[in-house]
Design a protein around this ligand. Sequence first.
Ligand code: FES
Ligand code: FES
Length: 216
Amino acid sequence: MKFDERGLRATRREVLKAGAVTVAAGVMPAGTVVAAQTDDAQDIAPASAKVAFKVNGKAHELDVDTRTTLLDALREHLHLTGTKKGCDHGQCGACTVIVDGRRINSCLSLAVMHEGSEVTTIEGLGTPQRMHPMQRAFVKHDGYQCGYCTPGQICSAVAVLDEIKAGVPSHVTADLTARPGLTTDELRERMSGNICRCGAYSNIVDAISEVAGVKA
Ligand code: FES
Ligand code: FES
């Protein structure tokens, strides 16, 4: 038992519940609908929010549980299943997509954080009939076996070449003010967040090197 500031008796459960609602209110984005505090925890409905973003050039507006990751929004709400769920913990890179020109692990990002964003998934890079040069190079160099990691590898590889062009340093670049080179070491280091359980790494590097115009 505890006493609140008015001297009323409150159970430990009520004190914890009030604290949880206060914390949740502090992290919810604008427009979030939060269920009113009720007597029973089970009566608290999940919070939902609207989010609008473009995926592969097409505008979408979703009404999602605020805990929905961008990965689940793409796969479960928009049915873009090219983006894969591997670890769901930011460890494997299978879920890599490009958001506003930068690659991210979509399993580590909430959908509601992407209001107004432009998202590109593997489906937006090319089609079987009109492949992106990186997709074509992966086919040519046999840069996959089971293919599960491949959408993430390709999205990552496309963004990596843009990163190098933009001069974004990596751990390979000792001098952070120098422009990074298009070397195999740079490509390997920058792709190190994309795990391939089939071990197709050397062919993946060959494919990226061809698109980058360097010798692996
Ligand atoms: Fe996102 Fe593994 S599924 S990093
Ligand atoms: Fe199978 Fe990479 S091709 S995990």
